[in-house]
Design a protein around this ligand. Sequence first.
Ligand SMILES: NC(=O)C1=CN([C@@H]2O[C@H](COP(=O)(O)OP(=O)(O)OC[C@H]3O[C@@H](n4cnc5c(N)ncnc54)[C@H](OP(=O)(O)O)[C@@H]3O)[C@@H](O)[C@H]2O)[C@@H](O)CC1
Ligand SMILES: [K+]
Length: 505
Amino acid sequence: MYIVTAKEMYDWDRKSIEEAGMDGKLLMENAGRAVAGQVEKQVRSDQYIIVLIGAGNNGGDGFVIARTLLNKGYAVKAWQLVPDEKIKGDALAHKQLYLGAGYELDHLTEVNQLFRELDQADVVIDAMLGIGVEGKLKSPFDQVVAYVNQTQAYKIAVDIPTGVPADEGVTEFDGLQADYTCIIAAPKMSVFLQHTAPFYGEWEVVEIGLPPLKLNKPSQSLWERYKAIASLPKRNPFSHKGTHGKGLLIGGSYLMPGSIALSARAALRSGAGLATVASPGSAWPSVSSHIPEATAVDAKEVNGMLAGRLDVDFSNFDAIALGMGMGRSNASQEIVRQVMEEADVPVLIDADGLHHLKEFLEVLKNRNRPTILTPHPGEMAGLLGITVPELLARPFERGRRFACSHGVYLVLKGPATIITAPDGTQVVESSGNAGLAKGGSGDVLSGILLALVMQSESISEALCNGCFLHGKTAELLTGERYSQSDLLATDLIEGLSQSFRTFSI
Ligand SMILES: NC(=O)C1=CN([C@@H]2O[C@H](COP(=O)(O)OP(=O)(O)OC[C@H]3O[C@@H](n4cnc5c(N)ncnc54)[C@H](OP(=O)(O)O)[C@@H]3O)[C@@H](O)[C@H]2O)[C@@H](O)CC1
Ligand SMILES: [K+]
């Protein structure tokens, strides 16, 4: 499923009408009917529904929704919030159909009158503004949105909650806080941004008859369950441990032995054939006690942290994961540089490895094999030399620019993880929940990604599937044995079995 910007959505609409001969009024009828169908699943016929209607096509959808629900016997009142002359085109046509059907329309003359009605409503359907919103809300929408937000009614937004921008880059806005948003045709970028996503509540996408071939292929899409099931690696009955990849994991320190142990264990649980750990000797007894299946290579250390160069032939491995629990000692930096310059295999860099890499980002361009960076927003902001809010205002654009200019795969972690390939293609993986917001969860992800990179033809698919497994494991576990509060990174590793049994079929 593609994720669209407002422009991509408008272009799709225009091309469908101009080139495919679709009719704008028919699309609006389809949109309104599709939304009404979703509303019916959530609302009882004895509940009082208010539909709030604005000037543009979002308001036009509102007329269709109100008519469709009234046709079916629901208790609905439609409120037009703008003067009559503002309603034009397809929206006006549907207003006339609504009135022609004999239904009543209330006009906003005095906001307190509407507010008294809103106090009585069980359900409010927000068809005020859609993706055409520009700038901060003007009167009366600012007052109405503020009032609706503090009512007890169940709030359903049509396409996008009023006031919320469709695209990234806008951080100052007042938005309707929806409980549920019925998105038309394709999710907008703001569904996946940290500052806008919470306004949507639960969301679903409805199909309205726009021909997919008339959509100019957007660069962003959503990773979905069916894609994961189709592309997760399958075990060959005639395989041996070498077939599934020998992974080298470099990291850990005397005071942080857990991270690398979690990564190594997650890699083996995710199908890696062999996991070899390069950590300081002082950390190894602790690491091996958590993962006896892993082997070790000798590594020099200073003050319990990796130091100097590693005496390892990197070509003996199929991929490398670097940085977890490594610490930020200057002495460790040389290993990061050595791996970047010498390892002719895919390399994943996480955590403290990213901190070291920041000092010599120019090496990235010289690498012949894939490099994967897996920063959380704080680490990404550090790599870019900007603040976290600056990054989160435009994570798609910033991530794309970085991945393209440095020739790397970028896994920008968050509630919606954005995976960018060196060619700028972006996939959002949005599974998981707040149970993952805990120390060690990123280390587990690095191990899973390492294992899948070694078992997949496509790096992008491996990264999407790794994030999917990580998120879905949290969902499965918190749906049964654990809560989002008590879930540990170690539980995630053990829970991977359940995810593989569910999805790798
Ligand atoms: N295929 C499709 O794509 C389909 C799309 N469909 C639907 O169309 C929607 C997009 O419709 P759209 O373009 O008419 O924009 P939309 O958001 O309804 O309103 C624009 C109006 O808002 C106003 N306005 C703007 N900013 C404002 C502010 N800050 N504060 C206050 N007012 C503000 C501005 O008024 P003005 O500035 O002139 O006063 C303008 O008149 C889309 O979300 C979906 O629901 C479906 O019908 C099916 C097919
Ligand atoms: K809306």
